[in-house]
Structures are given as C-alpha cells and as structure tokens.
Design a protein around this ligand. Structure first.
Ligand code: HAX
Length: 440
C-alpha cells in the first residue's frame, strides 16, 4: 500500500464513526427548510450535500480543507524556483486534509508518474473526434477508458464489501488523474498544432509537464499549477461537482462519473463561461478595431449585451456575493506577469465598470466577477488563443476535487442520491394552505 493510501485509510477509519453517529443518533435534526422558490429555482441554498474537501462562504470565497487560496499558495511545497505550489501536494491536501512535506509530494508525484500511460485506443478515439469541440473529445476519451476500471469488475464479481468500496475507487481515481494532463495536452496539440505531440518528461512535476506537453515555456508551468489548483473544487453543489457525485452515487465508476461531470462543466453558464468571456471580449475588441475603449464605450458594450437579453459572461454567481478570490489570484498573476497585455486591459476595464451596471440593472444577485472572467486572458497571453480549449483546462483541475470527493463519498458510505419531486399542483395546494394559515 502506498504511503498516501495508508494515510487516507487511517483518516477514513477515524472519520467514519462521526458520520455513523450523526446518522444514527441525530438523523432527525433539521438543518433547514425548503421553500417553493428553492424547489422551482434550482435548489439555491438548500443544505443537503456534505463534503469536507472544500467550503464556499458567500463573502469570503472558497476554503480548501479550511485554508484560503492565499494560505494554500503560501504554505504548500513548491518546485525549485517556482512561485506556485506542486499540484501533487495540493492533491495530498484535498485527500487527507494535511499539509504534505516535500517527501510526501515526491511520493505522490511518483505514484502519478507510474500511472500516466494512456492506452492506444484512447488516442484513436481522440483522433477520430478531432473535428469536435475539445470538451467532447475530453469527455469521450475519459469514458472510453471505462474498461480500465479496477472498481467495476471487483464490484461485479462480489469481491468487495461496502467498507472497501473506496479502495478500488482510489486506484481508479489516481489512474485517471495521472492521465488527464496528457489527454488535455494531446487534444490541444492534435487539434491546434497539427498533431505535433510533445512527450512527457518523467522528471517534471504535473504543472511542469503540462507546460512542456503544451509546448509553452515559463512561466506557463506556474500558471498551469495555479490554474489546476484554483479550479479544483468549489464545494459540492455546482453542476460539475454535483454531477460527479450524483453519477458516482449509483456506483458508476470514476470514468463514467468524470465524463459526466465534464459534460456539465461544458455548459456556458458553468465552465464554458471562460470561453464565452474571451469570445465576448474579442467581439468588443473587433468592434473597437483593437483600440482600448473608453469607460463610456465599455459601459455601452455591456448595456448592449444586457439589452440583447444575454448575460455578461464571467460575472455573477449562485453562491458568492463578492469578487471571487479565484479571480483575484489570477488578476495578481496578470499584474505581475502581463500588466500591459491588451486583452488584460480590456478585462480590467470590464471589472471597473460591469459591477455598477449589473447593480443598476438590478437582476444579478452578485454583480462581481467569478473565476472565468480572468482565466482566458492569461491563456491568450501565453499563446493558447483557441478559446474553445479553455474548459478542458478547467476540467483537468475540477477532476482533482471531484475525484477526491468521490473517494470520500465511497469511504463514508454515502448512498445513492434520490431527492423527491412534487407536482406544480402540489405546490399550489401547499401555497393555498399557507395562505389560509397566515392570510396577508
Ligand atoms: N449578466 C447578466 N445577467 C445576470 C448575470 C450576468 N452575469 N448573472 C445573473 N444574471 C441574471 C440572471 O440571468 C437572472 O435573470 P432572470 O431573472 O431574468 O432569469 C437574474 O440575474 C438572477 O440571477 P442570480 O440569482 O443572480 O444568478 P443565478 O444563481 O441564477 O446564476 C450564474 C448564476 C453564474 C449562472 C449567473 O450569474 C450567470 O449566468 N453568469 C454569467 C455566466 C458565468 O459567468 N458563469 C460562470 C459562473 C462560475 C462558474 O460556475 N464557473 O464555472
């Protein structure tokens, strides 16, 4: 057993009694009520998912295992000369809740290197789909590897009991995780660089290797580390995390679950927003003939977008009620590495004017930028200008969080998910009863 798996096993054994006690002794205690607007409105704010991997406070933003983004970036071990920590160390933190030593990081790096070879048929799938959207290629590549699952045959052959489901899930999760950066880079080079594939270097870490396979020099390695860490997890209710959890709750293996979560991430209101931001910005740039617009001109572009019934991509959030700290972390990277980039200037100008316009319009509950408002501009700067690729990068990062959650879901025995639905007539009846009880 690897050191990481051993550590995880101990953590799981120690954690299980807490979940069992809550369920057995306090299962009837209420944690909230559900209103009609929540049932009709996408379940906003209903507390019905449990995760210890990350928590999203509306005003503070995300904490990974209790740590803010600046704390994570500060405290985790970094490769020599790098500004941003090893992704491997971050995986360790999400899985175990502990800050790894350099030695722990090296061990998980070794674990991932061991597992990263991709079966030949996956390349064939990717080659055959190379005319499709990169997210279609990505999702199809992941699900095509389902026959590699260690969990599924063990389950079918009745070789594992409920308490052990997490073990082959862990093996599947690490096997898949190790392959994702390679699949992502292959999609990019195949689709946009004439199939000129750059092999991985076993001596490099996740971020360093990804930059190498993309064919982009420093500081793209640091950017990759930052990108994968920031996009990893945003508690459990967002479409991608929830989809991964839901599909996995049926004991579908991680290949099915991650492919499904990628399909959810590919929606323009979710992970595809990073592509939409760059599309929208490029549209504005084209109209301006490349010139930086004045504040008044930018305001007009924003109003035109809103008045045509579209959303401002990269702004708003279902939970957050302030500027997304993931946006801020990327903005700081831009201010350091690309302050004069023309696209960054556009993005920054949007930041100056969009919130007050959204407030004036009065619809969006959160007028502030989210992670997607800033992420494309950095990719653009380093030459990744094919913006339909951006959500693949998000998907690699998000897989880290979703897979960590799935391992823990299995370890704690979370059951198949099955909320209850009601009919519109039932809601009308409930509303009538409430009105009779409390006439206005
Ligand atoms: N521009 C214009 N209108 C917006 C808006 C925006 N950026 N954000 C919200 N609104 C509108 C909504 O469309 C909604 O309008 P209607 O009442 O006409 O339906 C109203 O404001 C209330 O919406 P909300 O309660 O504030 O927001 P939701 O929780 O319903 O939706 C979204 C959250 C992120 C989907 C939304 O803010 C949005 O569409 N933003 C733009 C797309 C985007 O950036 N998505 C990425 C979000 C982060 C993420 O998941 N990344 O993967």
């Amino acid at each position: 057993m690897s050191k990481l798996k051993e550590k995880l096993f101990k953590k799981i054994e120690a954690w299980r009694p807490r979940t069992i006690k809550l369920m057995k002794e306090h299962g009837d205690v209420k944690i909230g009520d559900v209103t009609i607007s929540q049932a009709l409105g996408g379940m906003r704010g209903i507390k019905c998912l449990v995760t210890d991997i990350s928590y999203l406070d509306p005003y503070e933003g995300i904490r990974f295992r209790g740590y803010t983004i600046p704390e994570v970036l500060e405290m985790l071990p970094k490769p020599p000369g790098a500004e941003i920590p090893y992704v491997e160390g971050f995986i360790y933190l999400l899985l175990t809740g502990e800050v790894p030593s350099k030695k722990d990081v090296k061990e998980i790096e070794h674990e991932l290197v061991k597992r990263r070879n991709i079966p030949d048929y996956v390349y064939k799938v990717l080659d055959d789909l190379s005319e499709c959207h990169p997210m279609v290629m990505f999702s199809a590549a992941v699900v095509s590897m389902e026959k590699e699952s260690i969990f599924t045959p063990k389950y079918k052959n009745l070789e594992i009991g409920k308490d052990d489901l997490w073990d082959p899930t862990y093996e599947d999760a690490l096997n898949l995780l190790a392959k994702l950066p390679r699949i992502g880079a292959y999609i990019y080079r195949k689709k946009y660089r004439n199939g000129n594939i750059i092999p991985a270097d076993p001596k490099l870490d996740w971020g360093g290797n990804f930059a190498r396979m993309m064919g982009i020099g420093k500081p793209y390695d640091d950017l990759s580390r930052l990108y994968f860490i920031l996009h990893s997890d945003h508690e459990s209710g967002n479409v991608s995390a929830h989809t991964g959890h839901l599909v996995s709750s049926a004991l579908s293996d991680v290949y099915y679950s991650i492919s499904s979560m990628l399909n959810g991430l590919a929606g323009p209101l979710h992970g595809l927003a990073n592509e939409m931001v760059l599309r929208w910005i490029q549209g504005v740039m084209k109209k301006m003939g490349g010139k930086i617009p004045s504040k008044e001109e930018m305001k007009q572009f924003i109003w035109d977008t809103l008045n045509s019934g579209q959303v401002i991509p990269g702004y708003g959030h279902a939970v957050l009620r302030k500027t997304d700290p993931r946006y801020t972390a990327q903005r700081e990277f831009c201010l350091k590495h690309l302050p004069d980039d023309p696209v960054f200037k556009y993005v920054d100008l949007v930041y100056e004017v969009a919130p007050e316009i959204l407030l004036e319009q009065g619809k969006a509950k959160n007028p502030w930028p989210n992670v997607d408002a800033q992420s494309g501009v950095i990719q653009w700067h380093y030459g990744v200008q094919e913006y339909d690729f951006y959500t693949v990068l998000f998907g690699i990062g998000r897989s880290i969080g979703v897979l960590s959650n799935i391992i823990w879901d299995r370890a704690l025995g979370y059951p198949i998910e099955r909320p209850k639905s009601v009919t519109t007539s039932m809601l009308e009846e409930i509303a009538k009863q409430a009105e009779m009880a409390h006439p206005v």
